[in-house]
Design a protein around this ligand. Structure first.
Ligand SMILES: *[C@@H]1O[C@H](CO)[C@@H](O)[C@H](O)[C@H]1NC(C)=O
Ligand SMILES: *[C@@H]1O[C@H](CO)[C@@H](O)[C@H](O)[C@H]1NC(C)=O
Length: 360
């Protein structure tokens, strides 16, 4: 009788546990091995900032994080000569006169959550996010800074609490891709997906796509034309182009859309800790008794889902993201290399398997 069989007859649970543990060790070893090979083949050019410890660690509260986030930004801005902010950026700020707050709204960072909250606070409503979206276009509306006179704008910029929400650029790109293009496994054929895939068909040039292609992502058939769903790789290559040919506010640099070296933001929230950050910011701005409209804590985009996309692209393409979005990585304390070297979802999967089988 083999050891395992003997064990199984005595304790099926222990036998299972040992088999799973063995499998996990092999799997983990393999991942580690492939990761090592992967990383050593292509030495990474890092962004200039390497956080001394994990910026997103659960051990650090968002409040403690603020001083670190702002110190990093200050350091970055000191090194970079900054010109005056272009007047057209003023339109990116939304105003709450009630709480003296300015919010610079960056797409794909949880901006609907933040806007809905700001709206509810400003107008004393209790809209859910869905209700808020449906209500847009109704009255009243959140005002943009540009709807004030020059003097009023300056006064608000000087005296109001200014909020910026930022997100890991890698996550933000996946979020934008899924939202506008759908993608291979997630394509649902909303009108938005049709329009974006149609409008950005020429992104296919970046991957030298010969039509018809064997690995077709799917085709959108409108009444008289066919469009291909833009693959993630084509999207990544297009948005990291230097010519600006495929520029769009939804994947524009956050640091360009809301320039933090020109605007002295009082608070840098991260999408990864959005609920906690917004809570702290608005309590600080004097909001009391409106707990019911604050967003619940939730994980934005699954790490695993995100890596489904980056797993499939070459390191060279990831490096293009690193170059193009370097200011966003550096100013806000994100790191391409760190994101790439920590596939923590895999680690947690294994821990979960252990837990499921071994009850520890
Ligand atoms: C800003 O500073 C970083 C280093 O922190 C540097 O790599 C970058 O080239 C600078 N950019 C400009 C426009 O000065
Ligand atoms: C919003 O909800 C709060 C708490 O449930 C309630 O006290 C308040 O009257 C509501 N406001 C409106 C406008 O419905």
């Amino acid at each position: 009788m083999g050891v395992l069989e003997w064990l199984r007859s005595r304790s099926p649970q222990a036998a299972k546990c040992i088999m799973v543990a063995g499998g996990a060790v092999i799997l983990f070893g393999f991942m580690f091995y492939t990761d090592e090979v992967h990383m050593s083949q292509t030495p990474f050019r890092l962004g200039s900032y390497v956080p001394d410890d994990d910026a997103e660690s659960n051990m650090v509260s968002p409040r403690q994080d603020q001083s670190r986030r702002k110190a990093l930004l200050e350091e970055y801005c000191q090194k970079n000569s900054s010109s005056d902010m272009s007047p057209r950026r003023m339109g990116n700020f939304f105003v709450s006169d009630r709480y003296k707050v300015l919010y610079c709204k960056v797409a794909r960072t949880g901006s609907t959550t933040t806007s809905a909250l700001l709206y509810n606070l400003e107008f004393g409503t209790n809209f859910t996010q869905q209700e808020y979206l449906e209500h847009q276009g109704g009255t009243p509306i959140l005002k943009r800074l540009t709807s004030y006179t020059k003097d009023e704008q300056m006064l608000r910029l000087k005296t109001y609490k200014k909020l910026l929400v930022v997100r890991n650029p890698l996550e933000r790109l996946v979020s934008a891709y899924l939202f506008f293009f759908g993608g291979k496994d997630y394509f649902v054929g909303k009108t938005r997906h049709v329009l974006y895939n149609q409008h950005y068909q020429d992104m296919l040039e970046t991957i030298d796509w010969k039509i018809p292609h064997t690995e077709d992502y799917g085709v959108i058939q409108t009444t008289n034309e066919k469009y291909h769903v833009i693959p993630f790789l084509a999207f990544i290559r297009a948005v990291t182009e230097d010519t600006g040919r495929w520029e769009n506010e939804h994947w524009a640099l956050m640091s360009n859309y809301c320039p933090p070296c020109q605007i002295n933001f009082d608070f840098i929230a991260h999408t990864e800790t959005l609920a906690e950050d917004l809570n702290i910011f608005f309590l600080n701005a004097g909001v009391i008794g409106r707990e019911n409209v604050f967003p619940p804590v939730k994980t934005a985009i699954g790490k695993e889902k995100m890596w489904d996309f980056y797993r499939r692209i070459q390191i060279e393409d990831a490096q293009r993201i690193g170059r193009k979005y370097e200011p966003d990585f550096d100013m806000f304390g994100y790191s391409l290399e760190e994101s790439y070297s920590l596939p923590d979802y895999a680690y947690f999967d294994i821990v979960k398997i252990f837990e499921d089988f071994c009850n520890f």
